[in-house]
Design a protein around this ligand. Sequence first.
Ligand SMILES: C[S@@+](CC[C@H](N)C(=O)[O-])C[C@H]1O[C@@H](n2cnc3c(N)ncnc32)[C@H](O)[C@@H]1O
Length: 227
Amino acid sequence: MFNSIARNYDFLNHFLSFGIDIYWRKRLIAVLKRHKPKQVVDIATGTADLAIMAAKSSSMKITGVDFSEKMIAAGRKKLVVRKLENQVKLEIGDAENLKHDDNMFDAGMVAFGIRNFENLEKGLTEIRRVLKNGAPLFILEFSQPTAFPVKQLYRFYSYYFLPFIGRFVSKHRRAYSYLPESITDFISGEKMIGILEGCGYSQCYYKTFTFGIATLYVAHKNEKVWQ
Ligand SMILES: C[S@@+](CC[C@H](N)C(=O)[O-])C[C@H]1O[C@@H](n2cnc3c(N)ncnc32)[C@H](O)[C@@H]1O
């Protein structure tokens, strides 16, 4: 699915979110930078938007991983234009089966990617494996607003407006109706914290943005060995 929407992905991403996704990403980068990481892994990097934003904000080296060849190809083009090829490396790979050695990265991040993992726990455990002890993982993911009338407006927007525009621009029949369905079906808040803790992360917390439309989770790889 991501291969077939890669060409229009960036445009639709910013257009359909009215550019608010840029603000959410900036918030993630602001917390990431406090940790002064040298080596960062950006899982489900897509067209490398988050990796590029992180690279522009400091000298950290970023490895972006995604299993969609076309998303990675689009990301590589952006790196050339921005002359960031030496700072950001993009690799084709599966988040649930990473090629990297244990304890390699000072921080990890995933923006709007974990919702698509086939096996969430497997992906989170695998990411934990490649992080150094104590390293933070930042996850940005859609969630659902609960307050009236934002909940109702958002539901209308995501089930009617978004699939219509998405289908029109991307010409993909399912991709943009899959999006709201995947958000509705996906866990968030305390449930996600429980899953992170179950996968061996500690000092986990979350912060919601824009009436709860997005949530930033922060978790740390602790030094305890988990079975
Ligand atoms: C909604 S896009 C997000 C891309 C990017 N992080 C962003 O913020 O724009 C989700 C991405 O996750 C990737 N993805 C989903 N599951 C994956 C997995 N198991 N391993 C690697 N990439 C995955 C998809 O190929 C897609 O590029």
